[in-house]
Design a protein around this ligand. Structure first.
Ligand SMILES: [Zn+2]
Length: 635
């Protein structure tokens, strides 16, 4: 086991590290049309109608400097391809026409979500351009608007600050990224989304997950946001004492946040250890005596992984680089299954675009490859290898190898300052890998194509009316009823939450049992293909109430609910004739009721109710009354 497999539930450990986490939740808003044009929202899986090819080129900013991200993207020498769909894209998305006036429905929805999080709504909405250089937006910038500021949500007796709620346009959807070609589908481009930004106030991975879930669920139950896969993504910022903030981009699953942030914190701890280690060996990055050696013909025809790669692509070159005194540094664990060598590999993969894995072959990891010791000895001699050194072999296109070697040296140099400023990608197993250099702070500038939009007090107040009881207030109420956390969580997203609250208005019902019905039983019904949310609300309420009062056998409840059928109220399978009713009665009554068998009228009453429900057209309440009348009349 790798010692970076930190115990992700050990909150005290993370608090001692000075763990800090902030969230940016990107949630698509449920409008019919896009944000700045009249194209419909929604993805398509039919073939595209056209393609556009673009090249990225860095330009000087207004301050006369190159942006770090722009330079990085330029180094990757990418060709960008956009797939266009006639019914999903127009000239706006391709930057051939200026924006139409912002979608007013989206603006109102964003305002309601900002009010939900107790934000102050701005007096005037200004469209701002946010630089976007990964190619996912053809213009090279995203249009965004600040809608609300200075909000908060309650969390475990304190306030989590919501610093901003923004309304912005979605980027394109990435289809593939192979070598120097990246392909995007433009159907998703310009879908409206809200960005919810919190302060870095979460003190451990569990809190980060819980706050994210609270914010996400609070939005979901409003009906103002889109649901389903790909409609919500979060960027998660992590730092520990002495480290620099890193941003994990595009996390889809809230459940992954716990492991991701825990392991990211572990990575920062490892990098701080490496900082001390390397500073003890070299006074500065310039002092490191790297050496390189051309191995172009060396692996030609060999049966090693490199030999086979050269056989497939003969134009590839191979270079060896000596990493002086770095064998232990390369192997230093940073995340489960990942060490500093993985950091080097990530940089080379993204920036030099050498993405056949493994893209780097380390002497210190030689057991993983079939390169014979005799080969390593020859290479070592050529490089002047000493014990404690490491050697890395790079095999790829000739043009990309100098970029790769340069990136390795840059990444090692960054060890001297600790944690590089970068965005990380979610590797879906709790670990992260390098994505891109974090953009500088000067990446926002005003958009001159769109006029400011005045927001009147009347419009704010109109939107405030749409906010019902907030999720955290509901949850607090449910906790006070004695529901446990798991039930509170399940009920938060249950389509039967309102029904649960209606049941809570009745006296003397077992609300834990009610919560079970409105969550677990409802889920069970959905699995069997029934949609309890579409059942007749009054009938549903009636049956559940009767069951909780004890008039109904709990075990038969599901059957009773299924008999409701979707949208059809309490329709009988087939109405039971008076004769059939009598037969059922006389056959079973003696088993339960009678002098010889003792008296279990209560059990019999429940048995009959359970048996009859599928055949009755009357309300559950009336059915029980009918059985009671029979019983009173004398068996
Ligand atoms: Zn359009």
């Amino acid at each position: 086991m790798n010692y970076r497999d930190v115990d992700i539930d050990n909150n005290a450990y993370f608090e001692a590290l000075g763990f800090k986490c902030g969230l940016e939740i990107h949630q698509q808003v449920a409008t019919e049309k896009k944000l700045f044009c009249h194209c419909p929202v929604g993805l398509t899986n039919r073939p595209h109608d056209a393609e556009i090819l673009r090249h990225m080129r860095p330009t000087l900013s207004e301050l006369g400097e190159y942006d770090g991200t722009a330079l990085m993207e330029f180094k990757t020498k990418k060709e960008v391809i956009y797939r266009l769909y006639r019914d999903r894209t127009c000239t706006y998305e391709m930057d051939d026409t200026p924006p139409f006036l912002v979608n007013q429905q989206a603006l109102d929805y964003a305002m309601r979500l900002a009010l939900l999080f107790n934000c102050r709504i701005v007096d005037e909405v200004h469209v701002i351009r946010k630089q976007y250089l990964d190619g996912s937006i053809p213009t090279g910038f995203q249009r965004t608007m600040i809608i609300g500021v200075d909000g908060w949500v309650p969390f475990r007796g304190r306030k989590i600050n919501i610093t901003q709620v923004n309304l912005e346009e979605e980027a394109c959807r990435e289809v593939s990224d192979i070598g120097h070609t990246i392909t995007f589908a433009a159907d998703r481009l310009s879908t409206p989304l809200v960005e919810i930004i919190t302060d870095c106030q979460m003190k451990n991975p569990t809190e980060a997950t819980e706050v994210c879930r609270l914010l996400g669920n609070a939005m979901k139950i409003t009906g103002l946001v889109r649901r389903g896969i790909g409609t919500v993504r979060q960027d998660v910022n992590v730092s520990i004492t002495g480290s620099t903030r890193c941003e994990i981009k595009g996390v889809h699953k809230v459940d992954n946040i716990k492991a991701l942030t825990a392991y990211e914190a572990g990575r920062h701890k490892g990098l701080l250890e490496l900082k001390d280690l390397i500073k003890g060996r070299f006074t500065s990055p310039e002092q490191i005596p790297y050496r390189q050696h051309d191995l172009s013909s060396f692996f030609q025809g060999s049966l090693t992984a490199i030999g086979r790669r050269l056989e497939k692509t003969p134009v590839y070159k191979t270079m060896a680089l000596l990493l002086p005194g770095m064998a232990d540094i390369v192997l230093h664990p940073l995340q489960p299954g990942r060490d500093f060598g993985s950091e080097l590999s990530g940089r080379v993969r993204v920036i030099a675009c050498i993405d056949d894995l493994p893209n780097l072959f380390f002497l210190s990891r030689k057991a993983n490859y079939n390169i014979p010791d005799t080969d390593w000895e020859i290479i070592g001699k050529a490089l002047g290898y000493k014990a404690g050194d490491d050697i890395v072999l790079i095999c790829g296109p000739e043009d990309d190898i100098p970029t790769a070697i340069n990136e390795i040296k840059i990444r090692v140099a960054e060890l001297f300052s600790g944690i590089p400023n970068e965005t990380r990608q979610d590797m879906k197993d709790g670990t992260t890998d390098f994505e891109r250099v974090l953009p500088g702070p000067d990446r926002m500038y005003p958009d001159t194509d769109h006029p400011p939009v005045k927001i009147t007090t009347a419009r704010v107040e109109q939107n405030r009316k749409f906010i019902g009881e907030r999720l955290w207030d509901k949850q607090e109420r449910w906790r006070k009823m004695g529901l446990h956390e798991e039930q509170v969580r399940a009920l938060s997203l249950s389509p039967l939450a309102d029904l649960f609250d209606k049941l809570a208005g009745e006296n003397g019902l077992n609300m834990k049992k009610a919560a079970h019905i409105c969550t677990a039983t409802a889920v069970g019904l959905r699995r069997e293909g029934y949609n309890p949310a579409a059942f007749d609300k009054d009938r549903l309420f009636d049956i559940i109430r009767q069951s909780l009062k004890g008039d109904w056998p709990f075990g038969r409840l599901k059957e009773a609910l299924i008999s409701l059928k979707e949208n059809s109220g309490l329709k009988a399978e087939r109405e039971l004739s008076e004769e059939e009713f009598n037969t059922l009665w006389s056959k079973n009554a003696p088993q339960y009721c009678g002098k010889n068998n003792g008296d279990d009228t209560y059990k019999f009453r429940r048995f009959m109710a359970g048996k009859l429900i599928a055949h009755q057209t009357c309300r559950a309440h009336d059915l029980i009354a009918k059985i009671d009348r029979r019983l009173a009349a004398g068996k």
